[in-house]
Design a protein around this ligand. Structure first.
Ligand code: ADP
Ligand code: MG
Length: 364
């Protein structure tokens, strides 16, 4: 048996003059929940369609369960695609929607019924098999679409923006639900989405895609804590960024002059093998920025004067937009840990402080 459920090497796909999938290589382990996270137009759907066999690649190789998919038509591939729109038959009941594919394959009535009951239990829709899609909530329709794919017992389930049609609250519930179902059935799930919270919440590992390329592959924590590029830092979660010039390097730390009016000296970690003189980008998450009225807070490597531009009360947190210069504002988040907290006001003079280890430094 192959080690990987999916093994892709140097995959290339053009749509006319557009390079939709650009030399993409990726391995997905058996039983893994893997997501491809990228903005609209980054090539996610094109990639899934290649896996499903709906389009042929212009280059590269796709192995699924160790078998080359070259020339294999969609219905003979060990995969099933769940569409964003669900594509349920509106005039068929839940049971018949799920049974449809099995009937096409000529299974006996008894076998079909048993299979449908089994997947209905998996997605927790047991009591609803006689309903029409229009009599179901959005989340339930989503689960019917999932059941319809699972009933074919594919080795790999491909999901294209599976929660895209759901509202925010339902979406969060279904993120947990989908991951639970995946763990129970033990299949490989390959999910593409533009929704970063979704990808972080559900995935064992994920890849960030941009302009047809995979920029970084890793666990949710690796991607969030240690973004490989400024784009990844910007797209996954929220990040503050500042360009700077590395003035001196001493071991794994350095001093950089920030691109602010008075070029403040900032203590930074120094990327390995990087010499003084290089341009760098500092990346700092809003929850790692310490915001205070007093300057000389002890124990911080860096502290910059700023003004509160916006103060937004979100219930669990205060979100501040803080102006460092005419051209640069950063975000800071502070947990509302007590009910009588004195929030900062718009216009107040404050200091933003952080330690060198809390900021990521990339070459500009
Ligand atoms: P995503 O799913 O990430 O939004 P797509 O795979 O749909 O991205 O599209 C990737 C790129 O390929 C986009 O620039 C899109 O306009 C282009 N594209 C996708 N499908 C076609 C097509 N059938 N013909 C021409 N261009 C296409
Ligand atoms: Mg798409």
């Amino acid at each position: 048996m192959a080690n990987f459920s999916i093994d892709i090497q140097n995959l290339v796909k053009y749509h006319g003059g557009t390079l939709a999938v650009d030399n993409l290589s990726l391995t997905v382990r058996r039983g893994e929940f893997f997501s491809i996270l990228g903005p609209s137009g980054s090539g996610k759907t094109s990639f899934l369609r290649l896996l499903g066999g709906f389009e042929e690649p212009d280059g590269g190789e796709i192995l699924i369960e160790g078998r080359s998919m070259r020339g294999v038509p969609p219905h003979l591939r060990p995969v099933n695609l769940v569409f964003q729109s669900y594509a349920l038959f509106p005039h068929l009941t839940v049971h018949d929607n799920i049974a449809f594919g099995l009937e096409m394959r000529g299974l006996s009535k008894g076998d079909i019924h048993a299979s449908v009951q089994a997947v209905l239990a998996m997605v927790r829709l047991n009591g609803k098999s006689a309903r029409l899609p229009s009599q179901l909530s959005g989340g339930e329709q989503q689960r019917v679409a999932l059941a319809r794919a699972l009933v074919n017992q594919p080795a790999v389930l491909l999901l294209d923006e599976p929660l895209g049609a759901l509202d925010q609250q339902l979406r969060q519930d279904m993120q947990v639900e989908l991951k639970t179902i995946q763990e129970q059935v033990g299949l490989t799930f390959l999910c593409v989405t533009h929704h970063q919270e979704e990808a972080l919440t559900m995935s064992d590992r994920l890849a960030v895609m941009h302009q047809g390329r995979l920029l970084q592959i890793g666990s949710p924590q690796e991607i969030y804590e240690d973004p490989a590029t400024p784009f990844v830092a910007q797209f996954v979660g929220t990040s503050n960024q500042m360009t700077a010039s590395l003035e001196s390097v001493d071991g794994s730390y350095g001093v950089a002059l920030g691109d602010l009016p008075r070029s403040p000296r900032l203590r930074v970690t120094s990327p390995e093998g990087v010499r003084a003189g290089r341009r760098v980008i500092l990346i700092l998450r809003p929850e790692r920025v310490h915001i205070s009225r007093e300057h000389s807070e002890k124990g911080f490597d860096n502290s910059l004067p700023a003004h509160v531009q916006k103060a937004i009360y979100t219930g669990s947190e205060m979100h501040y937009l803080v102006q460092l210069s005419d051209r640069l504002s950063w975000k800071a988040r502070v947990a509302n840990s007590s009910s009588d907290e004195k929030h900062l006001q718009v216009g107040e003079a404050v200091f933003l402080s952080w330690n060198a280890d809390e900021a990521k430094v990339l070459l500009a």
